[in-house]
Write a protein that binds this ligand. Structure first.
Ligand SMILES: NC(=O)c1ccc[n+]([C@@H]2O[C@H](COP(=O)([O-])OP(=O)(O)OC[C@H]3O[C@@H](n4cnc5c(N)ncnc54)[C@H](O)[C@@H]3O)[C@@H](O)[C@H]2O)c1
Ligand SMILES: O=C(O)CC[C@@H](O)C(=O)O
Length: 523
């Protein structure tokens, strides 16, 4: 049974993909009210539930956190990544609703609709107090032309506004295609009549509009924040509302929610909504449906596509990656068992068609498989890179332009504290994966099951002696491959069996004079 805890109010209709599936239990209850958090595999949240390290520690089975919305600032993504918990969101399900809400806020701001509404309800009729301005012909400055910024720009243009945009990642081609003026931040500040922010809250965007930057705006400017509290500094807003430089402010989001800056809310020129950007039936259905479908993919062992902490990959792309993923996992596990020593670096080199896939995913998969043999915690492609780095293991990914005769190959080299080892493998369509070289010895075997690696001197009788010892212990050899670099030098044998070998057999083999090294490997 896969158990899902839905902590914030999320559209029940949107949970349909999960409700219709078998063996999934869904409980809709806030985390603060649930006594047995340890039983859940998945957690659904909006922005209210804070997914902290402490909460995740109480949920040892947690595998996936689904944010029914865009912003993941209420989720400790770094800690989730360390713990191997996938974090997904619904990146575009609420875009239209939030753009529409922003536009409604802008229109309300310049026509004083909320204030006029209050006044009429107070039985007043003050028509001259609420003279507004037209949007037509005014310049809207959009900071951040992502999904919401783009939809807002379209609506503003339909109202006859000029749209100026600042976004450091915006290309000239895209701005031309959307029909907006690309500006630098200073230009936008000095020219716009209304400035609205649509960036995530990051180190760079926190306080982007502050005492200094707001001082550069036009006198009488309107400021809007329907993105994240803190992008516009709330103290600075109070200063400029007080001295009349800023004519009006519209806020859907606050530095602390519900807002604690009561002085800001006391200004008549401030209009506010309680984080309602995504609060429409349509958006809530969209985001819940989007994350439910993703969680179902995860449960079915398929690729999730909207993960914050996994390389994004469609199921179609994963089908191309899958054979190499399997090979990488086999090589990682083999090398980890074979090299029983601390490791300094892992290099993975892709050649041929293997170099054309999402190599970052496969590299993480190989590292996860390597680390799994050594660590007793949940390791997967989400946290493999972080855990390797934390343990001082450097990993390097290379693409080789050499042609070693295989249509694809993957070579993993591990520098340990005492020795260096290397395995090369290939994936043959309809035939599976093969290891074609171990530490420079050419060989050809299927990396699966109960294996035995033997390094020995290339002298007559070794194979017979090994066969005799195994026979004496009633061990049947399933397959056997040999490889050597030169006649009479060192050589290797790779054997496979129907059952694992126990220690007395391994000790007996090690005692043979011509045997240098013996290692049982389980794949
Ligand atoms: N009020 C709500 O209910 C609500 C609903 C949905 C989204 N949001 C918030 O709205 C914001 C935008 O969402 P989105 O889906 O459009 O995101 P998005 O990722 O599509 O767009 C963000 C844009 O900001 C730009 N950007 C990043 N750093 C910047 C910087 N320093 N200066 C200027 N631009 C910068 C990026 O290049 C990108 O184009 C997010 O903060 C999101 O959490 C709020
Ligand atoms: O869940 C909500 O209503 C907030 C949504 C919004 O802030 C988001 O980032 O998607």
């Amino acid at each position: 049974m896969f158990r899902v805890l839905v902590s914030d109010p999320i559209s029940r209709d949107g949970l349909e993909p999960l409700l219709e599936a078998n063996n999934i239990e869904i409980v809709q209850k806030n985390v603060s009210e649930e006594e047995n958090l340890a039983q859940y595999d998945a957690l659904f949240v909006r922005s209210a539930t804070k997914v902290t390290e402490e909460l995740m520690n109480q949920m040892p089975k947690l595998k996936i956190v689904a944010r029914a919305g865009v912003g993941v600032d209420n989720i400790d993504v770094d800690q989730a990544t360390r713990k191997g918990i996938i974090v997904i969101n619904a990146p575009d399900g609420n875009t239209i609703s939030t753009a529409e809400h922003t536009f409604a806020m802008i229109a309300s701001l310049v026509r004083h609709i909320p204030q006029a509404n209050m006044s009429v309800k107070n039985r007043e009729w003050k028509r001259s107090s609420f003279v507004g301005s037209e949007l037509h012909g005014k310049m809207l400055g959009i900071v951040g032309l992502g999904r919401i910024g783009t939809e807002l720009a379209r609506r503003a243009k339909a109202f006859g506004m000029r749209v100026a945009v600042f976004d450091p990642f915006l290309t000239k081609e895209r701005s031309e295609k959307i029909g907006v003026e690309k500006h630098d931040f200073e230009e936008l500040l000095t020219q716009a009549d209304i400035i609205t922010v649509h960036t995530p809250l990051t180190k760079e965007t926190k306080g982007l509009l502050n005492k200094e930057t707001i001082s550069k705006t036009k006198k009488g400017v309107y400021l809007v924040n329907c993105a994240r509290g803190g992008i516009i500094d709330e103290d600075a807003l109070c200063t400029y509302l007080e001295n009349g430089h800023v004519r009006g402010v519209a806020l859907d989001v606050f530095e602390v929610e519900p807002p604690e800056h009561t002085r800001l809310l006391e200004f008549e020129q401030v209009i506010a909504t309680p984080h309602l950007g995504a609060s429409t039936k349509e958006a809530q259905l969209n985001v819940a449906y989007q994350v439910s479908k993703e969680v179902l993919l995860f449960i079915q062992g398929k690729q999730v596509t909207t993960s914050i902490n996994l390389p994004a990959m469609s199921d179609e792309a994963y089908q191309k990656v899958a054979p190499y993923d399997s090979l990488a996992q086999k090589i990682g596990s083999f090398l980890s068992q074979y090299m029983n020593q601390p490791v300094q670096s892992i290099t993975i080199e892709y050649e041929g068609t293997a170099a054309e896939i999402e190599t970052a995913y496969v590299t993480k998969s190989m590292i996860a498989s390597f680390l799994k043999q050594r660590m007793d915690i949940n390791i997967n492609t989400v946290n493999a890179g972080v855990l390797a780095r934390e343990r001082g293991i450097q990993f390097i990914e290379k693409v080789s332009d050499q042609n070693s005769g295989y249509s694809n190959s993957m070579k993993v080299t591990i520098h340990g504290e005492q020795t260096t080892s290397e395995i090369k493998g290939t994936s043959i369509p309809h035939f599976g994966e093969r290891i074609v070289s171990v530490n420079g010895f050419s060989i050809d075997f299927h990396p699966s099951g109960h294996l035995l690696y033997i390094q020995h001197t290339d002298v007559p009788g070794v194979i017979g002696n090994v066969g005799r010892i195994l026979g004496n212990h009633s061990v049947n050899i399933a397959t056997m491959q040999v490889g050597r670099k030169e006649k009479g030098g060192e050589a290797i044998m790779m054997l496979s069996f129907d059952r694992p070998l126990d220690q007395p057999i391994l000790s007996a083999l090690t005692e043979l004079d011509e045997i240098v090294f013996v290692k049982a490997i389980e794949l």
